[in-house]
Design a protein. Structure first.
Lengths: 109, 116
């Protein structure tokens, strides 16, 4: 059975304090791993797609990496506006995206 | 101009009632989805349509009936509402590349359903 597990459930950081979010997955025939950001009261917003182990993607203070079993979302020198829930999802052919339960990030100034 | 729009944004209703949620996308995508997000923020696929054809139905009770009149619209009708149906329902769309759906979904802002 396909599974996506994210940790930690919640993370509190001070502004400028870098950290990483983890997403471990079990899926046969992975077609892609995806990171989304969700703000309160909004729908998830696409951030990154990673297709193969060793791949990395960057966007501003965020960097996503992928291994054969997990993905990390590294947040460098976060700002309060980075506060959100970050969702990891996997995709294989014939299904829709399967999401993890998310990590809620709070960054205080 | 909103890419994926859902109406209504909020519904409050009594157990046993029937309600509908409408979704429209103006992105020209072929595939549309309904996801349910529970109180613990877990987002779970319910249905997927490709060009008006149902392609994914994830063991959702028969009380839930999706309908896609055209590829830009996907509606969700729920009969005999139960307390456990309270959740936020998200509509989403995606394009297809090489005959496969991409995982880059565009979500609406959600419809919060509260069943009393």
């Amino acid at each position: 059975e396909d599974q996506v597990t994210q940790s930690p459930e919640a993370l509190r950081l001070q502004e400028g304090e870098s950290s990483s979010l983890n997403c471990s997955y079990t899926v046969s025939g992975l077609r892609g791993l995806f990171w989304y950001r969700q703000d309160p009261g909004k729908g998830p917003e696409f951030l990154f797609t990673l297709y193969s182990a060793g791949e990395e993607k960057e966007k501003e203070r965020l960097k996503a990496t992928l291994t054969k079993k997990e993905s990390f979302l590294h947040i460098t020198a976060p700002k309060p506006e980075d506060s959100a829930t970050y969702l990891c999802a996997v995709y294989r052919a014939g299904t829709a995206l399967i999401f993890g339960k998310g990590t809620t990030l709070s960054v205080s100034s | 101009d909103t890419a994926v729009s859902q109406t209504p944004k909020y519904l409050v209703t009594q157990m046993g009632n029937d309600k509908s949620i409408k979704c429209e996308q103006n992105l020209g995508h072929d595939t549309m989805y309904w996801y349910k997000q529970d109180s613990k923020k877990f987002l779970k696929i319910m249905f997927s349509y490709n060009n008006k054809e149902l392609i994914i139905n994830e063991t959702v009770p028969n009380r839930f009936s999706p309908k896609s009149p055209d590829k830009a619209h996907l509606n969700l009708h729920i009969n005999s509402l139960e307390l456990g149906d309270s959740a936020v329902y998200f509509c989403a769309s995606s394009r297809r590349t090489g005959g496969q759906n991409t995982g880059e979904l565009f979500f609406g802002e959600g419809s919060r359903l509260t069943v009393l």
